[in-house]
Design a protein. Structure first.
Length: 61
């Protein structure tokens, strides 16, 4: 009986797969956020690149 209790206790404290599950959940949440806010992200990126190109043009001129 003692041997079975030790095996059960060891199995309860085994956390080897937890990091993988957490990373998968984080990736799923991030993909979901990107899909929800896709148009806003594209607009923001467009504005940022326009400012960068305008500022670089003024520096080079």
């Amino acid at each position: 009986m003692r041997k079975q209790e030790k095996k059960l206790q060891k199995r309860k404290s085994d956390n080897r797969g937890m990091g993988t599950v957490e990373m998968i959940l984080i990736i799923v949440v991030l993909i979901g956020l990107v899909l929800i806010f896709k148009t806003q992200i594209q607009e923001l990126a467009g504005i940022i690149f326009e400012k960068i190109s305008a500022d670089s043009a003024s520096i080079l001129a």
